[in-house]
Design a protein around this ligand. Structure first.
Ligand SMILES: [Zn+2]
Length: 277
């Protein structure tokens, strides 16, 4: 005998697969610290187009001047700006060696917990003691299980790293998840769009690195194809920027923002809002 509720479930899931949810987009800009012309140019370019941006702040580098500027932008355009914690110092020294990451298996849970708590303390000192900062982005997207535990213990509810749609990344994530790994050494296993199994954190990660922190890696002409590739894999597509990269390329930044402005504005959301939706 056919179980009608099961049959209904199948029908619902088939319907859903025929009419997927419209793709939602978010923009994340990393490495906010000092107030530079690159910061203001970037912020103004996105505000002018009405595209919200989630700014990831390096607490130990955030100047009072930059904090005041961001707070003023927030007062004028409250729906277009959001602040997240981007580590504490964005670097890690081990002996005399500087590593290209801040978190990973080199640091204990206690060390990571202390660093994230200190970062939050600095952010609140600059942005307001009662400010809700619930979004954590690990520098260089490097982390391990303890980073997730420490971020959740500090009160974060959203975790943002990378979830690239390339075949080799997807294979690594799938394999890591099957093995129950949080990371392979400091390389994170993504649970984009889902709650992390390690702690109470919803992961909303970027799919497109428009730059890699040093150079533009996805020029304006390549943006439509990159968006389409990402949208084929997820209905929540994030783009990562580092504003400093566009200091010498303001025209390319304008061209990229123009491409994004071709997407209906209602499809863009703040990263934190996507985690709740
Ligand atoms: Zn960074």
């Amino acid at each position: 005998m056919i179980d009608h509720s099961a049959a209904q479930d199948i029908q619902v899931s088939m319907t859903e697969s025929r009419t997927p949810r419209p793709v939602r987009y978010f923009v994340r800009d990393d490495d906010i610290g000092a107030l530079t012309p690159a910061v203001t140019t970037f912020v103004e370019a996105f505000v002018a187009r009405g595209i919200p941006v989630s700014y990831q702040i390096i607490p130990a580098r955030l100047s009072a001047e930059c904090a005041d500027y961001l707070l003023a932008v927030e007062r004028d355009h409250p729906g277009l700006i959001e602040f997240g914690q981007h580590g504490l110092t964005h670097q890690m020294m081990r002996g005399a060696k500087q590593l290209k990451r801040e978190f990973g298996p080199e640091k204990s849970l206690d060390e990571q917990t202390a660093d994230i708590a200190e970062g939050l303390r600095l952010l609140r000192a600059r942005l307001g003691q009662d400010r809700d900062i619930s979004l954590f982005t690990p520098p260089q997207h490097k982390f391990d299980r303890n980073t997730l535990l420490a971020a959740a213990a500090a009160g974060h509810r959203v975790f943002s790293a990378a979830c690239y749609p390339t075949p080799h990344h997807r294979l690594a994530y799938a394999l890591g998840r099957r093995l129950g790994l949080s990371s392979i050494r400091h390389h994170g296993i993504s649970y984009h769009g889902l709650d992390r199994p390690e702690a109470r954190l919803r992961e909303i990660s970027i799919a497109i690195a428009v730059d890699n922190g040093r150079a533009i890696t996805c020029k304006s002409g390549d943006i439509p194809a990159a968006l389409a590739r990402a949208a084929a894999r997820t209905d929540t597509v994030g783009l990562m920027f580092h504003h400093a990269v566009y200091a010498d390329a303001p025209q390319e930044l304008a061209a990229i923002v123009q491409r994004l402005a071709e997407i209906p504005p209602a499809r863009f959301h703040r990263l934190g809002d996507l985690a709740e939706g």
